[in-house]
Design a binder for this molecule. Structure first.
Ligand code: NAD
Length: 482
């Protein structure tokens, strides 16, 4: 069967891209071609931006309570179709079906929070700021916003943004990752079924050409980006230079500090699922275990056992606990880091490369290194694969110093039963998401989310109350009636 070429959704219509550049979308577990995605042209962005700009004029006047009703409808459609969306997500990304279901649920929760727009959009009022003068601040929508998404959460990441933007009265263009465009293709069919007016929500497929067109288009007022730090920085700089609001969430190298008093079994379980869940392709994945004092011995043995117990295979199959990585190129990149770790003198105590794996697909079994140091590439750079590194730290001070020196600061966690160590860690660690006894400090739709240092470029972070700040402008009315 010939793979279908995907269309864009612009101004309420499914339309072909102007570009004839296409990419095969593969199931990374089987290498089956699922579809062809157009790599997009600047003219596609221009059409979407013009449609979204035209729709803004009337959408901003739709009362927030009515805008929320479209989102309630979308939430219902997402819930009714959650299993199909999870299956699409697994087929194009490779993560297990349980992981896909979890990510779809997190996306739906963003729609739920955005449904609260009538309350969350309220402003402030003070009567008599001077005699007979009242002052009122309101939030107003701004115009056309766009998001640029990474490959690792095909269904969820765009939902971190578009429900909030349209709840605020803005209109929107979504550019999914060209590696995993099918989940959003499906979500946008639900958007169509929810009955949003034409032009309010648009979908444009593509790669860097579309990204650069978004960052420079004069009608687009703001950009939300999620992806690697070098591209986040590029998007931040380019879009800001073109007068846009930007929030650009970048890459990560997350540290997990284990104190000697930590609960052993719970800590081992949390570390293992943090590092190997979604085949390590999570911006919140634990990458380095900082083993404080004599925790090193039980961590080394326990993590080895956990890695050996992981069942690698097609994420759509029951019982599989880790799927493939996204592509052949990414597999080579991860394998390159493993080779480099060995060359640089780290000890590969569990070598997932040699584990039983399906013949087709981009599989890398779970790998565990001990004796890692901060000078090694595996101790410094984001691998974004199922590779966990153990490094020794003399005490909490040494562990905190190691974390502070690293340029990225997305998430960090401490495992301990000592409240004072936990409190110090929470308040002092650089990471934007700081956790205690939790492997993955997952973003909650009703709280803000983003990174710190080189993991985030911008001011206002994603979802929660901050989304309502990002997608609106504050205006102040001063009134006197004599
Ligand atoms: P990526 O940076 O390669 O791609 C992200 C998006 O940018 C894609 O839509 C892609 O088309 C576009 N892009 C890629 N190269 C570009 C270029 N040179 N110019 C313009 N646009 C370009 O990231 P990825 O590989 O898809 O995703 C993995 C990365 O995302 C990891 O670094 C991970 O840590 C990060 N991530 C961060 C978060 C977070 O919340 N901070 C969440 C998920 C993923």
């Amino acid at each position: 069967m010939t793979a279908q070429t995907l269309r864009n959704y612009i101004d309420g219509q499914w339309v072909p891209s102007d570009s004839d550049r296409v990419l095969d979308v593969l199931n990374p577990a089987t290498e089956e071609v699922l579809a062809k995605v157009p790599l997009g042209a600047a003219s596609d962005v221009d059409k979407a931006a013009k449609a979204a700009h035209a729709a803004f004029a009337s959408w901003r006047k739709v009362p927030p309570v009515e805008r929320a009703r479209y989102l309630f409808k979308l939430k219902q459609l997402l819930e009714d179709n959650r299993e199909e969306l999870a299956r699409i997500c697994t087929s194009e990304h490779g993560k297990t079906i349980a992981e896909s279901r979890g990510s779809v649920q997190r996306g739906i929760e963003c729609v739920e929070v955005a449904c609260g727009a009538p309350s969350l959009l309220m402003g402030d009022t003070l009567e008599d700021v001077a005699t007979g003068i009242d002052c009122q601040s309101v939030r107003q929508p701004i115009g056309v916003f766009a998001c640029i998404a990474p490959f690792n959460f095909p269904a969820m990441v765009p939902m971190w943004f578009f429900p909030f933007a349209v709840a605020c009265g803005d209109t929107f263009i979504c550019k999914p990752s060209e590696q995993v465009p099918l989940s959003q293709q499906f979500v946008w069919k639900l958007v169509e079924d929810a009955g949003f007016p034409p032009g309010v929500l648009n979908l444009v497929n593509g790669d860097s050409e579309v990204v650069n067109a978004i960052c420079t288009h004069p009608l687009i007022r703001g950009v939300s980006f999620v992806g690697s730090s070098p591209v986040a920085k590029h998007v931040y700089e380019t879009a800001a230079k073109h007068g846009k609001r930007v929030q650009a969430l970048g890459g990560a190298k997350n540290f997990m500090v284990v104190m000697p008093d930590a609960n052993r079994e719970r800590t081992l379980e949390a570390l293992s699922s943090s590092a190997y869940g979604c085949a390590g392709e999570r911006c919140l994945a634990g990458a380095i275990v900082l083993a404080v004092g004599d925790s090193h011995t039980w961590l080394r043995d326990g993590l080895k056992q956990k890695a050996a117990a992981i069942r690698v295979g097609d994420g759509a199959t029951d019982g599989v606990t880790m799927g493939p990585v996204i592509s052949a190129a990414h597999k080579d990149r991860v394998l390159g880091y493993i080779d480099r770790g060995v060359e640089e003198g780290a000890e590969l105590i569990h070598d997932g490369r040699s584990s039983q794996q399906p013949a087709n697909g981009f599989f890398v079994g779970p790998c565990l290194f001990d004796g890692v140091t901060e000078e090694m590439a595996i101790g410094q750079e984001e691998i974004f694969g199922p590779v966990l590194c153990i490094e020794k730290a003399n005490d909490l001070d040494a562990a905190m110093a190691r974390i502070s020196k690293h340029p990225l600061a997305n998430a960090s966690t401490i495992f301990t039963q000592d409240g004072s160590a936990a409190r110090r860690f929470k308040f002092e660690v650089d990471a934007s998401m700081a956790a205690v006894n939790i492997g993955v400090a997952a973003p909650m739709s009703f709280f803000g989310f983003g990174g710190a240092k080189g993991s985030f470029f911008g001011d206002l972070k994603a979802h929660g109350r901050e989304a309502f700040d990002f997608f609106t402008d504050r205006k102040v009315f001063m009134t006197r009636w004599d």
